[in-house]
Write a protein that binds this ligand. Structure first.
Ligand code: GDP
Ligand code: MN
Length: 360
């Protein structure tokens, strides 16, 4: 689940991370209580707002009203914002890039940093990754990490403690909120030598939602459309893409079993959505086997595997699973399953056959 900038910054503030003074604006008519000049920033779930005209400096009350009205009505990158963030304008000396991200293949968190943050960082690093600092982290960053970062940013030694505190508070926010990604771009050094997180992007792990009953953000986790076909059905199924889901249901029927449901997890269903679908299957007492048929494109095998592992842990009465996993991130997905002693088969046919044998 991706958070909007203001939601991300709220979480950062809770962990004592320094962010600019700001106020939310929902209609153009409100005057800001933060002192002018401010930057008005559209709150939409995508980056690159600066280049698309979604970040506007305003310095007068009339300018504020006019710009706010405009930003709340015209689409930016395909989204019309219903919320703006009015933030104190910063006098920027340097812009740096900083992020914590979960590296699934390494099963650890990684700190990524680039001296040169700002709007062009993605293209900069794609052309030349040499400027990218990468430090695997198993725990809260210590002084050594802070020193490396300070040197990488080529900042003055007087900022060492501040960098250390920042890394530490960001780590707190990253771990306490079960984030998969926490990205600060830019991390701004102002002309009066303050370090501030001028932009923040946080992606939360949907699979951890059950630990955070208070989570309530504008973007909701996507739920899969679970369709019951037969309440007495004995084989449930999960596939990605409507075509593959239908083929799976047909194959189950063709093998002489009764398909319990139709489920297409394609089109942005996330981990928690898939876990919910497994829950729905466990709530059908007649289901005695589950066929999972994934040929991943946009869907990622590792995400499916993650959902399978969580479902197995969470639902004691989960029927036996017969899994075919292919496509995007297949190796990572299979590794996750192997690490959890969950077997896979190579074809849909094998899965369906094994599932029907389970019924006998
Ligand atoms: P993004 O384009 O969606 O990543 O939005 P950002 O919040 O990162 O803003 C993009 C760029 O706008 C930043 O890299 C800055 O260069 C600029 N910017 C953002 N906030 C301010 C500000 O308060 N003052 C100034 N002068 N520039 C800002
Ligand atoms: Mn940014």
């Amino acid at each position: 689940m991706k958070l909007l900038e203001y939601e991300a910054k709220d979480l950062l503030k809770q962990s004592k991370v320094t962010v600019p003074e700001a106020q939310l604006v929902r209609t153009g008519a409100e005057a800001p209580s933060v002192s002018l000049p401010v930057v008005l920033k559209v709150q939409i779930p995508v980056g690159g707002r600066g280049k698309a005209g979604g970040i506007q400096p305003v310095s007068t009350a009339e300018g504020f009203e006019q710009t706010a009205k405009e930003l709340l009505s015209k689409p930016i990158k395909g989204y019309v914002a219903s919320t703006l963030l009015a933030e104190e304008q910063l006098e920027i000396q340097n812009e740096h890039y900083l992020s914590y991200v979960i590296d699934r293949s390494q099963q650890s968190a990684v700190l990524l940093a680039h001296r040169q943050g700002g709007v062009d960082i993605e293209t900069t690093t794609a052309e030349d990754s040499s400027g990218l600092l990468r430090i695997p982290l198993s725990d809260r960053p210590d002084n050594e990490v802070a020193t490396k970062l300070l040197e990488h940013y080529q900042l003055d030694d007087t900022l060492r403690n501040e960098i250390h505190d920042l890394l530490s508070s960001l780590w707190e926010a990253f771990t306490a909120n079960d984030a998969l990604l926490l990205e600060i771009n830019p991390l701004v050094l102002t002309k009066d030598n303050r370090l501030l997180c001028a932009d923040a992007k946080i992606e939360l792990d949907d699979a951890a939602a059950f630990r955070h009953p208070d989570w309530d953000f504008e973007q909701k986790p996507q739920k899969a459309q679970f369709v019951v076909l037969d309440e007495q059905g004995d084989v449930a199924s999960m596939a990605n893409g409507a075509g593959l889901a239908m083929a799976t249901v047909d194959a189950i029927k063709g093998a002489g079993a009764t398909p319990a449901n139709f489920l297409d997890i394609g089109g942005g269903t996330n981990t928690e959505g898939m876990v919910e679908a497994f829950k729905a299957m466990t709530e059908m007492p007649s289901v005695r086997a589950i066929v999972i048929n994934v040929f991943a494109g946009i869907t990622r095998c590792d995400e499916v595997a993650q959902a399978i592992v969580i479902a197995r842990e969470r639902f004691e009465n989960l029927p036996p699973l017969f899994i075919r996993l292919a496509g995007t991130n297949e190796q990572q997905g299979k590794q996750i399953l192997t690490d959890n002693n969950i077997a896979t088969l190579s074809t849909l046919q094998e899965c369906v056959q094994a599932a029907t044998e389970e019924l006998n």
